[in-house]
Design a protein. Structure first.
Length: 324
């Protein structure tokens, strides 16, 4: 099998046929595009999400905290605690594990998140460090946002720039190779993209406005996220390629590696659908967060219009990162 997520037919079969016992307390359960479970705990809802870091070698502690909290942000929930699993290869030095935990501790402090448990071991089962986290949070009863809530006519809003995480990972891990195509300033810009990976603030703002759907853009990039939202919502979408926020640095890196920035892992950008996109953009701007309307939710099927050509968007395959 190839690296990356399972293909969608296999994943759908596994999800649909392996649900365990169905509990009435579970309000949002596993499904295509749903990154969090929501459980009714009385006055509040408990929100839970889990994700590993497998596509990066540097800053994995920092990334692990943020990608899990980003999943939580897409529901409008407040993350409270994080559980950390570290699987280290046999040639690992103890200082490497300490360094990862230092990153996780520092990032958790920034996000007001407590490290509440986990598991660490050295094992021959992996050949490089694997960090997987589970984040637990809460939201007021009936206030959570789901991936599946998109409605026909909704504006599609993207925050910040696309492929921030993918660009950071590629530049961070291919510095010597890329210094020949990026200026010193561009290299520094790309390495600072990790500072923009969190989408907690935009998630909080969007939730207060009761947007219809949110999804953080991770593996599969923008087109993968759009397909997941549309599939979960039984809708379609129309995205205008000439409106997409992509930095010049990202374009240069993707051109060099012959990969598509629209299919590159994009933590740091939130995919939001709402009836009043301009209102959301105004509220985000107050907090210094850039956002753009890039398209609309439609009845069926997803399309990208670019350079006057309308192209059907197929289910996402493995992320472009794994091609490098």
């Amino acid at each position: 099998m190839k690296s990356g997520k399972l293909n969608w037919d296999d994943l759908k079969y596994i999800i649909d046929n392996h649900k365990g016992a169905i509990r009435e307390e579970v309000k949002v359960r596993n499904g295509i595009g749903e990154d969090c479970a929501v459980i009714d705990f009385g006055e509040d809802n408990c929100v839970i999400s889990t994700d590993p870091i497998t596509g990066a070698e540097g800053n994995i502690g920092r990334l692990a905290v943020n990608i899990n909290c980003n999943d939580m942000a897409s529901t409008g929930a407040e993350p409270l605690g994080i559980m950390v699993t570290i699987l280290a290869p046999e040639d690992t030095e103890i200082n490497e594990i300490k360094s990862i935990m230092k990153e996780i501790h520092e990032e958790s402090e920034k996000l007001n998140l407590e490290i509440i448990g986990g598991h660490t071991e050295v094992t021959s089962a992996v050949n490089r460090m694997v960090v997987s986290c589970t984040v637990i949070g809460k939201t007021s009863k009936g206030k959570h946002i789901s991936t599946s809530g998109a409605k026909v006519g909704d504006d599609i809003i993207i925050t910040k720039s696309l492929a921030l995480e993918g660009t950071f990972i590629l530049v961070n891990e291919h510095k010597e190779e890329l210094k020949h195509i990026l200026t010193k300033e561009e290299m520094e810009e790309a390495l600072k993209y990790i500072e923009e990976i969190s989408v907690l603030e935009e998630g909080t703002i969007a939730a207060k406005l009761q947007v219809n759907s949110m999804h953080d853009i991770t593996e599969g990039g923008l087109l993968g996220a759009a397909w997941e939202v549309a599939t979960a919502s039984s809708k379609g979408f129309l995205i205008y390629g000439d409106l997409l926020p992509i930095s010049e640095v990202t374009n240069k890196v993707c051109t060099y590696f012959s990969i598509d920035p629209l299919k590159l892992i994009s933590s740091g950008s939130m995919f939001i659908t709402t009836e009043n996109g301009e209102k959301l953009i105004e509220e985000l701007k107050i907090k210094g967060i850039n956002a753009k309307i890039i398209g609309k939710i439609t009845e069926t099927e997803g399309y990208l219009i670019y350079n006057g050509k309308k192209t059907l968007v197929n289910p996402p395959e493995r992320d472009e990162l794994f091609k490098v």
